[in-house]
Write a protein that binds this ligand. Sequence first.
Ligand code: CUA
Length: 366
Amino acid sequence: MGGIFLFFAACFVAALFVEWMPSDPEIAGGFGYTVDPLYSFIYWTSVFFFIVVGLLMFVFAALGRQRKHERNEVRHGATHNTLLEIGWTTPPLILVLAFFLLGFRGYLDMVTIPGGAGGAYLVDVEAYQWGWQFTYPNGGVNSGGANQVVLDVPAGRPVRFRLSSRDVLHSLYLPDQRIKKDCVPGRYNEMWIEVPVSDQIQPGGVYKDFALRCTEYCGQQHSQMNGILRVWHPDDWAAREEAINTWNKPEADGSRMSPVELGKYVWEQSGGCVSCHSIDGSSGTGPSWKNLYSPGGGDHEHPGIDEIDEAYILESIYYPGNYIVPGYPNQMASYAGQLNYGDVLAVDAFIRSISEGFPEDQIRKE
Ligand code: CUA
């Protein structure tokens, strides 16, 4: 019997460990205050009954061994026991009703936007293999995948997401807000959050980042469909919204910037690549981009690189420390999170376009 109690003690310790593992550490403006207590309630109820049922099983097994001689006796007269049956039916019924009522209350919170759907800030979310595209009311777009994409939202007001998918099932999961919902091709789903303004979200560009995940297995690069939920102070939001819009600004005729134009735009932004990288061959803090794609690879050595390509440009922007051009200090900070994959491809197209002798038809047009 000692072994059995040891076994259950071990189960109990494991249960404590699972419950208190710091998996979803923060509750930030979502449904944690209803989801977490309900989760704990169901969890501990399960642990309790696991132990009770397990112990009873061993007790009856032990009793059965002691009464071997009665094994073949058939007991007569045991048809039913009303009191016993009420006793084992009512408590589970009450428990299940409690699960339902608490869950239903949380569900109502999740589907009821304070002030109505019309008063919430609407972001369109389109999932695809393997990334996200977020479209804002002013037409601005954030898109990308590969753990880089950013979902910018304002703090202090309800933000509503209209979810759909371009191809297969995905699911948008915001763990710190304790909410997720499927992105289904051919239909819309909705969910909403409201992240309160806090000490960590302040005017002047002090934003707070949270995790964003795809939580529906959607193919080979499902694990790359992570991103960042970035929450801005309400005072900063208008400027941020405008920046997102400018980044992918539609031209007057309705078409968007070509990759080369967007790449040039990214380069020449104040505080952008232009602060360190010239395009005319002159020296800066970093190597010039002039003729990088020309036969011979421009004016610089690129140790460890056989061929300049998109992957090299992307890695140099996201992981600058991995590729150091001799003669230049390694001062560049990663631009992961600031430039999405589309921006990087645009920068790449721009660099190609300013390389003498680089074939025109190998410059990205779309
Ligand atoms: Cu998209 Cu998993």
